[in-house]
Design a protein around this ligand. Structure first.
Ligand code: ADP
Length: 436
């Protein structure tokens, strides 16, 4: 029914034919409504996901509004150009929407991911079906209501909660869906590629990561310690781009790891609804057990636990895990190669620039990377050599609606955000006109 509603809205509703300036106004209004309801939405997000209200209120919800405000502006700017092929013809490309886009959303950023995908898809004139993760559907549902209030016509943005294996799978196989934009595990991403082949789905896949955060000896170490800690502990480490491998230059490694471990020990999990809390609860008991299982695997493989490693219940309850640092990790170990998706940092030493780049790239994933150095030349040279869709230099985990985000290698293809993603939500028709 959701696909039929979206198809009808696309084929005979007002949205794709609307004046771009009107579409822009509606999407901008939706951005405003998100900000007006920021407290309510942030609370829903925290209740659903367990992330601290500080993060939901200061980062997630403003980012969702940022997406709608930014992409609203694109509705009026998706221009083509005339192409000089032959004086006998007038040639121009028409950039058109794809039709119906299914956005399949993970539980770690339940509302941000809707903003990342729905805002550009709608700006380009598509109709959208959002399938939130089964654990975290609340903010997407509320956004659907706000979209109607903003003037998005019925059928244009459909929110379809349900299980991945049922609702998600049905969208991936449905002939009435033109494109699937998915963020989630590499395993399900591979499955979606195969399952979508019969109906020739266009795809954007943003998948897992095991991102290296590379600290050179010439970095401002105090700033780097803070950045590396935030890079893995922000969002409880349930972040695709989490800097989950620390690559640290051997000459400063002991000093750096000691500072990091001290910082990790000071960061205590707390009630996610308390505005002072900076580390929340993992999303589920299952996820907590996966994360704790990896800590055990790491120590069995020979890593040295220098901070955390345990469950940290509050009043005997909750899926809280201490910020954890595993030192003496070898890049071949499972805790260096597999995505843990929790507050667990694996520390690996390197000897020089070539060794750092080699170990950083020795991963199936290529989502993001960090480089910490005061040497400008080294920073840019290393950024070019890293196989990653995002490189942060002397910063980590920053995002903006205007900057493309996505993966190299097994971290996927296609891009969310930035002007780049609009290519992935449109198709080009070449029009030829005889004028002689
Ligand atoms: P995570 O590990 O982040 O939970 P998943 O890849 O399991 O990542 O889930 C991400 C999203 O994909 C969720 O919305 C989930 O319901 C959905 N999903 C899971 N299985 C399928 C499937 N077979 N087809 C389509 N979507 C699916």
């Amino acid at each position: 029914r959701a696909v039929h509603a979206a198809r009808a809205a696309f084929e005979s509703g007002p949205w794709p034919k609307m004046k771009p300036a009107d579409r822009q106004r509606v999407l901008f209004k939706l951005g405003d409504l998100v900000l007006e309801h920021a407290d309510e939405l942030a609370r829903l997000e925290t209740l659903d996901n367990g992330k601290p209200i500080f993060e939901s209120r200061q980062v997630d919800i403003p980012m969702v509004a940022n997406c709608f405000h930014y992409f609203a502006g694109w509705a009026t700017k998706l221009a083509g150009e005339t192409l000089p092929v032959n004086p006998a013809y007038f040639n121009y490309p028409l950039r058109e929407p794809l039709g119906v886009v299914a956005a399949i959303i993970p539980w770690n950023f339940p509302m941000i991911m809707v903003g990342w995908k729905a805002a550009p898809a709608l700006a380009a004139g598509n109709c959208v079906i959002v399938k939130p993760a089964e654990l975290t559907p609340l903010t997407a549902i509320r956004l659907g209501e706000l979209a109607l209030a903003a003037g998005v016509p019925p059928g244009v943005l459909n929110i379809l909660p349900g299980k991945g294996s049922i609702a998600g799978e049905a969208l991936v196989r449905h002939p009435g869906v033109d494109k699937v934009s998915f963020t989630g595990s590499t395993e399900i991403g591979r499955h979606i590629m195969k399952a979508g082949a019969d109906t020739m789905k266009k795809l954007t896949l943003e998948l897992g990561g095991k991102s290296p955060n590379i600290v050179f000896a010439d970095a401002d170490l105090d700033v780097a310690v803070k950045g590396v800690a935030a890079g893995i502990f922000y969002g409880k480490g349930e972040v695709c781009a989490a800097g989950s491998r620390l690559l640290v230059e051997a000459s400063i490694a002991d000093e750096f790891v000691a500072k990091l471990a001290e910082r990790a020990q000071k960061l205590k999990p707390g009630d996610p609804l308390d505005p002072k809390t900076r580390l929340g609860a993992l999303v589920s008991e299952k996820q907590m057990n996966t994360v704790l299982g990896y800590v055990e695997t790491g120590t069995k493989e020979g890593a040295k636990l220098v901070a955390g490693g345990k469950r940290a219940p509050i009043n005997g309850k909750g899926w809280f895990v201490e910020p954890t640092v595993l030192d003496q990790v070898d890049n071949a170990m499972r805790v260096a190669q597999e995505e843990i998706f929790g507050p667990v940092l694996s520390v690996i030493r390197f000897t020089d620039v070539d060794d750092a780049v080699k170990q950083a790239n020795d991963s199936p994933f290529g989502l993001a990377a960090g480089v910490w150095t005061r040497d400008v030349k080294k920073a840019h040279a290393v950024a070019r050599r890293l196989q990653a869709g995002t490189v942060w230099i002397n910063m980590y985990n920053f995002y903006d609606a205007g900057m493309p985000f996505g993966g190299y290698k097994a971290s996927g293809f296609g891009r969310d955000l930035g002007p780049e993603c609009l290519r992935d939500y449109t198709q080009v028709k070449s029009v030829w006109v005889s004028i002689e």
